[in-house]
Design a protein around this ligand. Structure first.
Ligand code: UDP
Ligand code: MG
Length: 316
């Protein structure tokens, strides 16, 4: 039986504080997996330095010299977590049969990686790491995250609840993912679109090993907005709906003003003013909504996403 090669892809942005500990844990795990013949001896930990401003890259070079299982790529400039992940996957896929992506701070339990590999052997192309609970996150992070997942689901975006970017992907799943050429990356939303068989493993999320979160509130918010606007044109539709509602209100007000006008209960000028206010408002919103609908279509076209993904062929 051929033993497959695993690459663990780890994006790192200013992570000098945490990398030595991370490396120790990951190399120990990888060695054990190699010994148990779960993965081949060519398996690696691939650090992606996302344009760090501290000595992260020098440290990665040092760690790579010390440990045969560690290698790295350095990105020219900070491109953000999602793009760094993509860069790592694209590099890993040259040699790997399967990849696992995980954050450098090891908040996600690495001990489920063998389990992920087992699920993959059972036929899943994508295995999600799902947090069982979020005790160690702050109340604020938990609540905002929950609200975000709910909103995404409402807007019709498929995503896995309580799953971040800790997942195993087979080579063909990564290859398909690479066909999504869009620049506004929201991997959690794209990966479910790949369509292959998926599975999940569950774990408890722990606190950051060391260092500080690289996701301040501002980044979290822009990430959330990215997630919504990259997958849904429903917000544009809402404008259209609002326009129609306003026009309907204008109609109701038309009736009301006419009645008021003829029964002489109005100040002069009021009827025409209040009517035009609602009517024009409604027209403007409908106009915006219609234009938005076209822009939404253009947006979808521009993304140039693959239309389908063939799972198996049975040709003669
Ligand atoms: N990260 C990155 N580029 C960035 C910001 C973050 O590669 O611009 C990496 C970071 O090094 C870490 C992962 O993304 O490996 C997740 O960041 P963090 O743990 O700070 O986020 P949190 O867990 O607080 O959401
Ligand atoms: Mg973290």
């Amino acid at each position: 039986m051929k033993i497959e090669t695993l690459y663990i892809v780890v994006p790192c942005y200013n992570e000098t504080e945490v990398l030595p500990a991370t490396t120790h844990q990951l190399t120990t795990l990888l060695q054990r997996m190699v010994e148990q013949q779960l993965v081949s001896a060519e398996s690696r930990i691939l650090y992606v330095d996302d344009g760090s401003a501290d000595g992260t890259w020098t440290l990665i070079e040092q760690l790579a010299a010390e440990h045969p299982g560690v290698c790295g790529v350095k990105l020219a400039g900070n491109v953000g977590h999602q793009n760094a992940l993509m860069a790592g996957l694209e590099t890993a896929i040259e040699a790997a049969d399967l990849t696992v992506t995980i954050d450098a701070d090891l908040q996600d339990d690495i001990n489920v990686i063998p389990d992920m590999v087992a699920r993959w052997r059972d036929g899943a192309d994508i295995v999600y790491g799902v947090r069982r609970e979020r005790k160690t996150d702050t109340w604020f992070k938990r609540t905002t995250a929950l609200a975000f997942y709910r909103l995404m689901a409402r807007l019709g975006v498929k995503s896995v609840y309580n799953h971040a970017d800790y997942r195993l992907m087979s080579r063909r799943a990564v290859a398909q993912l690479m066909r999504y050429r869009e620049r506004n990356l929201f991997l959690r939303g794209i990966v479910p679109l790949v369509g292959y068989r998926t599975d999940s493993v569950y774990y408890d999320r722990s606190a950051r090993l060391a260092g500080e979160s690289k996701y301040p509130l501002s980044k979290m918010l822009s990430f959330a907005v990215d997630g919504i606007t990259s997958f849904s044109i429903k917000p544009v539709r809402m404008v259209l709906t609002l326009g129609i509602i306003f026009t309907l209100i204008a109609l109701a007000i038309l009736i009301y003003t006419l009645v008021a006008y003829f029964s002489g209960r109005t100040v002069s000028g009021w009827a025409s003013l209040i009517l035009s206010l609602w009517f024009i408002g409604g027209c403007v919103l409908i106009g915006l909504g219609v234009v938005g609908e076209y822009i939404g279509k253009i947006y979808i076209e521009v993304k140039d996403r693959p239309r389908y993904n063939i799972e198996t062929r049975l040709l003669k």
